[in-house]
Write a protein that binds this ligand. Structure first.
Ligand code: ZN
Ligand code: FE
Length: 261
């Protein structure tokens, strides 16, 4: 068995809809975006795990609120974006950097995906991406600090990952995002199937994540801004035409319309 197959990836739920993704091998663990220390602490205690590292994608409170307490209790290093003010970061990171977790024989790569916040990063590991609040199931993060151009570019970058890449978002937003996605593309059969699958999972209180890059490319309107049906429905909602062959204009209009929902 190699080191990958021994690792488990678990969502620790926090607040209303956050997931604190946790990787562990029954002895050592890392957590990503611990907005709250209490549920992480409880999970680690219950499973007798040592916290080898804390990873953070961006500075929002629901992602960083538990860092100081966890870092203190477990004496863990904290890896996070170089360009954001986050307390207790010991390893500031940006595009091209690597994270080595020796205890777990784990090697992650860092990419910059600004837009939701100006310094937002993602962690790539094996065939997984931990993308914080940038890409969601059937949706994307709000533009708090960056420009539409930045967020569009960041999403395009994620879309270029291999189709089989597993997408670990920091929020359970898929069901919430579906009505808007369906309004953008009512005849998309894969989207209809995803709607059924999502409702089935949520009825059982199960996560809809991870999704895959292939599924997002097939069903997420924010990755489908050049599809004629999507453009047509965005123009209908707007009440006017958009410049043709301008994917960014479609994306920008789509993000604004989504904010109004
Ligand atoms: Zn956020
Ligand atoms: Fe968040």
């Amino acid at each position: 068995m190699n080191s990958f197959t021994m690792l488990k990836i678990i969502p620790i739920p926090a607040f209303a809809d956050n997931y604190i993704w946790t990787l562990h091998d029954q002895q050592h663990a890392i957590v990503i975006d611990p907005g709250d220390a209490a549920p992480v602490h409880a999970y680690l205690q219950e499973h007798k795990l040592k916290l080898s590292a804390i990873l953070v994608t961006h500075h929002h409170r629901d992602h960083v609120g538990g860092i100081i307490e966890l870092a203190e209790v477990y004496n863990s290093p904290v890896y996070g974006p170089r360009h954001e003010k986050i307390p207790a970061i010991t390893h500031p990171l940006g595009e091209g950097d690597a994270v080595e977790i020796v205890a777990l024989n784990l090697h992650l790569q860092v990419i910059d995906i600004p837009g939701h916040t100006h310094g937002h990063i993602a962690f790539l590991w094996d065939n997984s991406v931990f993308c914080g609040d940038t890409l969601f199931g059937c949706g994307c993060g709000k533009l708090f600090e960056g420009t539409p151009t930045q967020l569009h570019h960041s999403l395009q970058r994620l879309a270029l990952l291999p189709d089989t890449t597993l997408v670990y978002c920091s929020h359970e937003y898929t069901e919430l995002n579906l009505p808007f996605a369906c309004a953008c593309e009512p005849d998309n059969s894969q989207l209809k199937q995803r709607e059924l699958d999502t409702h089935r999972l949520r009825e059982q209180h199960l996560p809809t994540l991870p999704s895959t890059i292939a599924l997002e490319k097939a069903t997420n309107p924010f990755l489908r801004c050049s599809e004629p049906e999507v453009i047509h429905n965005i123009e209908l909602q707007l009440g006017h035409k958009l410049p043709s062959h301008d994917e960014l204009a479609v994306f920008t209009a789509m993000r604004k319309l989504r904010d109004l929902c």
